[in-house]
Design a protein around this ligand. Sequence first.
Ligand SMILES: O=C(O)CCC(=O)C(=O)O
Length: 416
Amino acid sequence: MAAEPAARGGSPRRPVSPEAPPCWAAARALLPGAREELRLEFGAPVGRSAALLLRRAADLLYGAGGARGPPPGLLRLSEAACDRAWERLNAAAWRAVDREWRRAFSFGCLFRALGLCRAGAASPEALRACDLGLLLGAPVLDGVLLRLAGVLQRHLPGPGAAPPPAPKKVRRGPPPPAVEPAAAVPRLRRPSLERFRDRFLAPGKPLVLQGLVDHWPCMSKWSVDYIRQVAGSRTVPVELGSRYTDQEWSQTLMTVEEFISRYIENENQVGYLAQHQLFDQIPELKQDIGVPDYCSLGKMDEDEITVNAWFGPAGTISPLHHDPQQNFLVQVMGQKYLRLYSPQHSEKLYPHEGHLLHNTSQVDVEEPDLARFPAFEEAPFQDCILSPSEVLFIPAKHWHYVRALETSFSISFWWA
Ligand SMILES: O=C(O)CCC(=O)C(=O)O
C-alpha cells in the first residue's frame, strides 16, 4: 500500500474514511497527522477555558468520529472558543490585541469552518469562517486557513444557471476639473531606472509611468464579472460612505458578491473595497499582478511591500492625505482623478489636529470652504486623470486626493 502523504513538515496524515465526502476528505487532510502537532498551547493572556474549548474540539476531530465528516459537538465547541477570542479582539485597539488571542481565534475559525461542513460538504458559512480567521487571526499551521479556503471554494456549488445579463449602466460621476497642461503630472514611457531615480524618486516629484504594467494579466482579464466569479463568495472588509472623514462613514464585512450588487451595480450608495490583505487572502487575484520593476530602487524585499486593493464605484473619494512610503498606484479598471500637493505646502492644506487624522487635510479639495481655509487657494498642485495600465508615482509624504470617475480598480504598492 502506498504511504500516506506527509502533512507539511509533520507526521503522515491520518487516514480519512474512504466513504468521506470529497470535500471533507480534502479539508480534513489539511490538518497535521498527529493531534499534538496542532500545538494548542497558548501564552498566558489566553484563558484556560478558551484553550480547553479548542483542545476538546481537536479531540473530536482526531477521534474516530472525525474521519467521515464533522463530529457532533465540533461546531458548538468551536463557536464558543471563537466567541471568547472575538470578545478579546474587540476589547482593545487592534495593535494592543495580544497575538496569542489572534492565534486562538484562527484555531477557533479553523475548527468552526470544519464544523460548518455539514455532512462533509462545503458551505458559504464555512468559507466565511475561514475568511474571518484570515482577516483577524494570526497565521497558524503553515497557512492552513488559506488552504482550507481554497478547498472550500473549489467544492462550493456554483451560482447555477446565470440569468441573462442585464444591460449594464455605466455609472459616471461629475466630470473632473480640467487638467491644465502646466499643472499636469508629466508622463513618461518606461524611463530608465537611473532617469526615474535621479529626476523623480530622489527629488520627490510625481510622475505617470506608461508601458510598465500593460503585460500584467489583470489588465486584460479583470472586469466586474471576473472579480465576481473569482472572489464573489469571499468575505472582505468594506468601507461604507464616500470618504473616511465623513461622520456617517463606517466599515463592515460582506462578501464580494454582496459588495458588487449593493455598491458597484447600485446607483445610490457608495462603498469602497479598500483592502491591504486582499491579495494574500485571494491568491487567484495575486497571480494576475506583478510588482513594478522600479521598486527595486528601494531597500525593501518584495514581500515587505504593502500591496493595497482599491475597488469601488464612481464617486469613491480618498480625501487629501499623505502616507509615509513611496507609492506606485497602478490603475487596472476605470479612470481616476488625482490631485497632488508637495509636502512643502502642508500648512496651506490645514491638516486635522490630533494624532488619528494628522495626515489628512480638513479641506474638501473639489469644494473648498475658502472662508475657513483661505490659504488653500494659494497651494500649487499637480493633477492628472489616471487610466488603465498607467502607474502614478506618488512620492512619500506627498499629499494626494483621489476620486473615481467610473467603476475603478487600482492597486497601490507602498515601498521604501
Ligand atoms: O485610490 C484611492 O482611492 C486611494 C489610493 C491611496 O490613497 C494610496 O494608494 O495611498
